[in-house]
Design a protein around this ligand. Structure first.
Ligand code: DAH
Length: 349
């Protein structure tokens, strides 16, 4: 029969902790647990002996015994963790260096066109424009007729069209891959009433022989603003501000008359050449200017076509080529680089 005393409790503590130090296996640790904190362990036996003591000693030794018990349990779990970890490392073959860094996971990135679309739309959004998207396979009616380009009109020759072999009872006319994002002008106006301020980014397609500046598919951003009292100076102000944000304060901007059937008057807008500062070079074909978009005041016939009264509402529209602007900003010389899937090109951005 073990006598429960402070000395005995202390003796168990010192001996058990010393023993714990030298344990190297989980089995050894389990044996240690059984012989000290298990049901028949020495500490348990000492605590069981408390009952035969007078109340004061019982309280004192009970407290001391429980402190040691808590300590044993804590040390036990720490030691268990240490042994498990050691076992894990020991099980790893020496030929594997677990400290070597892992294989890098290749990180994707946004396509240069996508980034440009986001930047350009962002400039217009900050001026109060909304972003909308439309179908890439379009009715002849929206792509041409609603834009004041009737059937068999020579103005159709401005767009090389890819027809889709499909006709609809209701629409009657064939479908096509949209040649520009302008058809969304009519689609949007049909569904809403002024004021309208939208930009429409999207893919366009043309039946085109490709070269350094022509792709058979490319991305445009269409812009449309319609309200009472919109004038040509609103168009100029908006596009000047857009050019300033996109190309920087120092770029100059020029408007010239141009013809598009759905605007009157129509213009094209150029910025002075970034490569030669307007002096004339290979990039700008020695003109000093690079054309970046077409624009104009929405033609009254386009407004009438969607049921707007042109004597009340006026508007401006513009359409810009996204790859063209990316080429200017990043000095890319061949538009075909965008879509030939050469990762060396794509990784540069
Ligand atoms: N849709 C024209 C094109 O693809 C570009 C354009 C010109 C859009 C003038 C417009 C505009 O909205 O007003 O060539």
């Amino acid at each position: 029969m073990v006598v429960t005393s402070l000395d005995n409790i202390e003796a168990v503590r010192v001996a058990a902790l010393a023993e714990l130090e030298s344990i190297e296996t989980l089995e050894g640790l389990e044996r240690w647990r059984v012989s000290h904190v298990g049901r028949n362990g020495d500490l348990t036996k000492l605590l069981r002996g408390l009952g035969s003591l007078d109340p004061e000693s019982r309280r004192e030794m009970g407290a001391a015994g429980n402190r040691v018990k808590a300590l044993f349990e804590e040390r036990l779990s720490v030691k268990e963790e240490v042994l498990k970890r050691a076992l894990l490392y020991a099980s790893v073959d020496d030929s594997i260096d677990v400290t070597l860094p892992g294989w890098p996971i290749p990180g994707g990135r946004l396509h240069p066109t996508t980034r440009m679309v986001r930047d350009l739309c962002g400039a217009f959004v900050s001026m109060g424009f909304q972003i909308m998207e439309g179908p890439e396979v379009e009715w002849d009616r929206y792509n041409f007729e609603a834009l004041n380009i009737p059937r068999d009109h020579p103005a159709r020759d401005m767009w090389n069209t890819l027809w889709v072999n499909y006709a609809d009872e209701r629409e009657g006319r064939p479908m096509l891959l949209r040649t520009h994002t302008s058809p969304m002008q009519a689609r949007i106006m049909e569904k809403t009433s002024p004021p309208i301020r939208v930009v429409v980014p999207g893919k366009c397609y043309r039946y085109e022989a490709t070269d350094a500046t022509h792709e058979w598919h490319f991305v445009q951003i269409e812009g449309l603003a319609v309200d009472r009292g919109i004038t040509f100076s609103d168009l100029k102000g908006t596009l000047y501000e857009f050019a300033r944000r996109t190309f920087g304060e120092e770029r100059r901007v020029r408007f010239r008359c141009d013809y598009f059937p759905f605007v009157e008057p129509g213009v094209d807008m150029s910025v002075d050449c970034f490569a030669c500062d307007g002096g004339g070079c290979r990039v700008c074909s020695n003109t000093g200017w690079i054309e970046i978009l077409g624009a104009g005041m929405v033609h009254p016939r386009v407004l009438e076509g969607v049921g707007y009264d042109p004597s009340i509402y006026t508007g401006f529209a513009f359409g810009l080529g996204v790859e063209r602007i990316a080429m200017l900003k990043h000095g890319i010389e061949d538009i075909r680089s965008f879509y030939s899937n050469d990762v060396r090109f794509l990784q540069q951005t």
